[in-house]
Design a protein around this ligand. Sequence first.
Ligand code: PBG
Length: 324
Amino acid sequence: MHFPITRARRLRANQQIRSLVQETRLDINDFVYPIFVREGKNIKNPIKSMPGIFQFSIDEAIKEAKEICKMGIKSVILFGIPEHKDEKGSQAYDENGVIAQAILQIKMAVPDLVVIADACFCEYTSHGHCGILNKEGELLNDPTLEMLKKEAFVYAKMGADIIAPSGMIDGMVKAMRESLDDNSFYNTAIMSYSVKYSSSFYGPFRDAAESAPAFGDRKSYQMDYSNVNEAIKEAMLDVEEGADYLMVKPALSYLDVIKTIKTQFPYMPLATYNVSGEYSMIKAAAQLGWIDEKSMIKETLTSMKRAGADIIITYFAKDMVEVL
Ligand code: PBG
C-alpha cells in the first residue's frame, strides 16, 4: 500500500484558513465572574494574592456588577464575607445578612445579570469548615443538609437565579431541590459543585473570602486529586438528585476530569471553575514580565472549553473581554 504524504499544513497556511478550521472558540457568553461582598460601605479592598480582584461592600459591588454588565459579561457568582462568624454559620442564611442582601440588591440594580449564589458555610463559620461539626471536629452530614435547605430558600427568595452548593455534602442537591420546590421556587436552578477536589489551588481564595479552616483540612468531604472514576460517581449522584448543571473544580490540572464528565453526561451543561491559584500564578508571572499574560489566559481558557466545559467561572472574565 502506498500512502501519499498528508499535507496537514495546508490547513494552517494563514490566519484566515486557520480561523476557518478553528474547532474551539471562546465567547463572552461562556464566562461567569466571581464577586466577593463584605459588610460595610464604600469598601473596595484589593486582595493581595489576587491582583485586580477586590472585596466590595454592597454599594461598590453594585457598581462593579453594572460595569461588567456593560462590558457584556452576563453572569456573576457571589461570595459573602460576614463581620461576625459563629459555629453554625448563621449569617449564611440570615435574610439581613451580607450575602442575602447582596443577592437582593444586585438583582434589583442589574436585573439582566444572571446571579449565581455560592452556597456553602466556610465563609460564615468561626471554624471555617463547610457545615456543622461535632465535638471531635468532624463535619456532620445530615445536620448540614438542614442548614443548606434554609440557605437555598433564602437565596431563592432574594432572587438568585442559580444556587451553587459547593460543600461536597452528600445529598446536598436533593435537599436543596426539595426546599426550593416546597417553597414554589420551581425555576431556581441548581449548579452543583459536583466534582470538587481538595486542592492547593484554592489558597488565594481563602484570603479573599477569609475562609481558611481554623484547623485540619477539607479532605473528608472534598475529593482526592488522584481519582477520576470517583468523579463519575459524584456527578451521577447529582444528576439523579436533580442538579441542572454540573461542575468540575479546579479546571487547569483537571482537564481529563472535564473531558470524562462531559463524555459521561453530554446532556448536562458543564461548568468548570478556573480557581484562584490558577489566576494568581498567571498574574504573578506576568507582573515579573516572565510570560505574555493575555496569550496565556486565552490558551488556558481555550483548553478548558476544548476539554468539554460549556461554562467557565473565571477571575479573568474582564481581561478576556479585552482579549476577544
Ligand atoms: C467554598 C468555595 C471555595 C472556592 C469556591 N467556593 C473554597 C474552598 O473550598 O476552600 C474556591 C474558589 C477559588 O479558589 O477560586 N465556598
